[in-house]
Design a protein around this ligand. Structure first.
Ligand code: ZN
Length: 367
């Protein structure tokens, strides 16, 4: 069972309802950074384990808790070190459960029920640096083309391009499993993917959040050039961040960017270190089945479906440990909850927390 004790910073601390690092409990709600990402999961796991120990309840299998301290910055010193330890000591792992989606409403188009998505894979992450080196000079007699104009034209071509959408892997599983519970119109669409795939892709691409679940996304995050207002800069650089759909390899997206920009004066290189999307875990068998059964028992009326996690988790550091990694946390999230994750006013209610503890007590007993 993975979790991470580190949190993201709070540059907007002054705007919080309660101080982000005070842990204020007001009525039935705990406010603070990490209340939902991811201290909630860690404390709930430990509460459940202590409860079972206090009753002397035996586990059939050994439970391993692996809590990292640097998940938000890649997990290289936490999760990756723990994974190395497991491999070096030949400690077998049946499956991994980590943070991911919770129980949510309105997350799948056309589905009214609460939905629990078990993440089978997570997107990769790579940044590509574009750089142009040209002659600079005096801004009073500029060349018709210079580093900034060449780079801007390349970026503008990229803006107008989208990577192809996919309806395979965990995304297909999500819609085929959820289809029977959808509104009639959506049900017809999603139950007949063999023929409706092009329309479904258009529907999904239309939604800001759903678009990211069906394709590799790209966005320019840094642009740098020039230091003086009357000097034409000889160098212009931009960083484009991409989140990779499983199967879209780093080598492919880099080649695709070069093809779309179509200008040899713009050089591309991988910025820092890229991370491929993780392999897709099976949507049945050890781990998946017990988590699914436990969701049904603890969150009645909830539809359980497989899915793709579009942000990163510590799981990416465990790909050599097991091919069964399931990203799900037993918390019922509301929309106002979600805006607190990496945002301001992060909070969790007593009811949300208690349900998670009960979930883990039940899950441990099933293992
Ligand atoms: Zn997290």
């Amino acid at each position: 069972f993975l979790g991470h004790i580190d949190v993201v910073p709070t540059p907007d601390s002054g705007d919080w309802k309660y101080k982000p690092f005070k842990g204020t409990i007001a009525k039935d709600t705990l406010w603070g950074r990490g209340a939902l990402d991811d201290k909630n999961a860690i404390v709930a796991l430990l509460e459940a384990a202590e409860y079972r120990l206090s009753l002397g309840l035996p586990n059939k299998r050994t439970l391993i808790f692996a809590f990292g301290h640097d998940e938000e910055t890649g997990g290289k010193n936490g999760a990756a070190a723990i994974a190395k330890h497991l491999i070096a000591n030949k400690i077998p792992v049946a499956f991994i459960a980590d943070e991911g989606f919770g129980v949510m409403k309105g997350i799948v188009p056309g589905l009214k029920n609460n939905c629990a998505i078990i993440g089978l894979s997570e997107k990769g992450n790579v940044s590509i640096k574009l750089s142009v080196n040209e002659l600079g000079g005096h801004s009073a007699w500029p060349n018709p083309e210079n580093a900034t104009s060449i780079l801007s034209r390349g970026l503008s071509k990229l803006e107008n391009y989208q990577f192809p959408a996919h309806l395979d892997g965990p995304v297909r599983g999500l819609f085929t499993e959820a289809a029977p519970y959808m509104d009639l119109g959506y049900r017809a669409l999603f139950s007949n993917l063999w023929i409706t795939a092009p329309i479904v892709k258009t529907v999904l691409i239309g939604g800001e959040k759903t678009a990211a679940t069906v394709r590799t996304t790209h966005v320019t995050t840094i642009i740098k050039s020039g230091t003086k207002e009357n000097v034409v800069p000889p160098l212009a650089e931009a960083i484009v961040n991409l989140r990779l759909f499983p199967g879209d390899l780093i080598s492919y997206v880099q080649a695709e960017i070069i093809r779309v920009i179509d200008d040899p004066r713009i050089k591309t290189s991988i910025y820092l270190e890229g991370q491929e999307a993780t392999p897709i875990s099976p949507d049945q068998g050890d781990g998946y089945d017990q988590i699914k059964d436990c969701i049904h028992a603890q969150f009645p009326e909830t539809i359980v479906v497989p899915g793709l996690v579009i942000t990163g988790t510590d799981c990416k550091n465990y790909t050599a440990v097991t091919n069964r990694m399931y990203r799900f946390v037993p918390f019922e999230f509301s929309n106002s909850n979600l805006s607190g994750i990496h945002g301001k006013n992060e909070y969790i209610t007593r009811t949300q927390f208690n349900k998670a503890v009960l979930f883990y007590i039940d899950l441990f007993q099933r293992l």
